[in-house]
Design a protein around this ligand. Structure first.
Ligand SMILES: NC(=O)c1ccc[n+]([C@@H]2O[C@H](COP(=O)([O-])OP(=O)(O)OC[C@H]3O[C@@H](n4cnc5c(N)ncnc54)[C@H](OP(=O)(O)O)[C@@H]3O)[C@@H](O)[C@H]2O)c1
Length: 248
């Protein structure tokens, strides 16, 4: 049997709990090399900072630094992959809610993806998995009361966070799949705790739920990457804990 091809994964947003869970899961696959683009790499625990499969890239880690982003993407070969956990930082939730503050008014993540996608197009890198939330509506969704309630609470209380995520979905809608293979994986509530079973689909399909454990999300992403799954290219699936688990 041929050896699995070594693959590099460039990770944005690796320093939050979801990104860290992904790094922990990805390093269990020996042929994956993780490249981290971060503004605060010191948030990685020592075990990951010194891990032979992980490299923290030089550069500012800023989402507005086009040169730094271009140079990060230039490390990749066309068959390598980008995974992003970027989103409104939980640590700055109050700053984002301050009606007199400036934080979160700009579509910072959509703007960052524009820079990332431009860099992908100029280097020939094709695959990206970008975090979205169920605030991003999809025409394949059906009504699901728990998800609807969650989105309205976020929209009312954390409007700039809601708007920023909606803009991520809108941006990718403008990117043709002829240019790059994008997937916006949408999550509801992110939880900690032991992995049970993740599923993917659309809201209200009877399979998905409105939450997922970060460890389940990490496994789902690693499976997509290692199996060269092309099922969700150009789509925005909901990735969640399986309804089969929650019904038990
Ligand atoms: N908690 C929930 O139930 C829930 C539900 C749906 C979606 N989400 C979203 O899912 C995302 C990932 O979640 P998480 O638990 O891993 O939370 P997190 O700690 O907020 O992770 C966000 C990541 O994005 C990075 N980031 C944010 N703004 C940035 C900026 N301006 N420049 C550079 N990097 C930036 C953060 O970097 P730093 O570490 O340097 O800040 C961090 O690595 C978050 O955006 C969160 O809002 C959360």
């Amino acid at each position: 049997m041929a050896a699995a091809q070594e693959r590099q994964i460039l990770v944005f947003g690796a320093t939050g709990p979801a990104g860290l869970a992904f790094l922990e899961e990805a390093v269990t696959i020996p042929h994956l090399q993780l490249l981290v683009y971060a503004r605060t790499p010191s948030k990685l625990p020592n075990s990951l900072l010194t891990h032979p499969q992980i490299e923290v890239l030089p550069g500012t880690g800023s989402l507005t630094d086009a040169a730094s982003i271009r140079s990060a993407v230039a490390h990749l070969r066309p068959t390598d992959v980008i995974v992003s956990f970027l989103g409104p930082p939980a640590s700055q939730i109050l700053a984002w809610m301050n009606p007199f503050g400036k934080e979160g008014k700009e579509p910072i993540f959509a703007n960052a993806y524009r820079l990332i996608v431009d860099a992908m197009k100029s280097t020939g890198v094709r695959r990206i998995f970008a975090l979205g939330t169920i605030s991003i509506a999809d025409e394949k969704d059906n009504n699901m009361l728990s998800a609807l309630a969650m989105v309205w609470i976020v929209r009312l209380l954390f409007n700039r966070g809601w708007r920023n995520m909606v803009e991520v979905g809108r941006f990718f809608d403008t990117v043709p799949v002829e240019d790059i293979d994008w997937t916006v994986y949408r999550v509801g509530l992110l939880l900690n705790g032991e992995t049970q079973a993740a599923t993917d689909g659309y809201l209200g399909d009877g399979k998905t739920t409105s939450s997922i454990r970060r460890s389940e999300l990490a496994k789902w992403l690693v499976t997509q990457i290692t199996s060269d799954e092309s099922k969700w290219i150009g789509q925005k699936p909901v990735v969640s804990t399986s309804a089969k688990v929650t019904r038990r």
